[in-house]
Design a protein around this ligand. Sequence first.
Ligand code: ADP
Ligand code: MG
Length: 395
Amino acid sequence: GQDNPGYFPARLGQSLEAGRFCIVRKLGWGQYSSVWLAKDKKQNQFVALKILTCESTKALQTSDEKKRSDELGMLQKISTAQRSHRGFEHTLTLYDSFEFQGPHGRHLCLVIEVLGHSVDYIRHLSDAGDLRLSMALTKRVTKQILCGLEYLHDVCEIVHTDIKHDNILFRLSDVNTVVAHALTAEPSVSYSADTEVITPIVPVVSQPLPLSLEDTVPTAHLKAVLTDVGHSHWQDHHFQELIQPAALRSPEVILGYPWGTSTDIWNLGCLVTEFLIGFWLFEFRAHGDKWNAEEDHLARMTEALGTKFDTVFLSKCQNSQKFFTSSGCWKNFTSHEEPTWLLEKLLAEFASVDLGEDEIIAAGKFLRKCLRMIPEERASARELLRDPWLADVFL
Ligand code: ADP
Ligand code: MG
């Protein structure tokens, strides 16, 4: 139909690219793609096939002005730019790509490494309702994602703009062994490692692979990978200006001030806070006709950081007249009646203390370097990697 973005209706056991790939099961899906586990018979390994919807494939191949993403171009750059960089292993490697015709139209298919569980999956494992990560795991993931960001920002000239729980996946230690093992435990697929025969029992499942947690959680040696550059931008070529998941959106994006790599640092600061406290740092909403959602969001930023927006900064923002008077006061309301807590108080109250109270203070200092209202004042990924909070994390 008209609204159908054209997902490829893959069948288990189906072969693609002249028999090179055999589809084994579904791994996940997003707005623009579905992702399938497949056996690559040429390389004799399991791979993930990210099959873009027809709509998304078209959007990628259209003229420059109409493009809304350059996922293939970015993955090619990431995979080749500087393999020796410390962030290389924390970004996604592209093995290959091809195009094919499906019943709804053409699809671009990205052949990528099979990864394990996402941070989103991991955080739902703990005791009922507690969505926090431990301090120890938070520090490891933060440092690894910062390495990946340093690579994207400084080498690849990419702004990720979509750093969230389900785009951070853990690398598997030994893909072929681990995946084959998981498939033998799979209730929906019958897989024989000896004969390589894959028999679907139910049509298509979209549950995470039943991987054992030892195979996927980064205790000491496993790595977090920042995936999904499907919504990313080139530093010097933006596909659109309204970016980022709303809750992780930076002040400059809301206020209409030029954004770049530092918008990812704000995004990361919000996310790391969420790892620690288990809920959104900025959970904003409209309040009747008193203030709208964006005003609530901006007000919460000032309260969590304990600072007002700088008037010189506001004077350089395209949208500031929507929200502020020329003297930097709220234009449409006088007081924000549901103030949010100061960052340090939130951490002290809600963060896990598995590594001791001092860690919470150190985390707060780190987060303050990420959560600066003025983008130019934020630390870069490279600078944050030298922060004392992360000094004892050995990658
Ligand atoms: P989208 O741009 O459509 O959001 P993603 O790249 O985020 O696509 O992939 C959608 C989902 O598929 C992810 O949230 C994850 O569950 C799964 N997935 C993506 N890539 C992989 C991979 N390499 N290995 C395993 N699962 C993956
Ligand atoms: Mg995604």
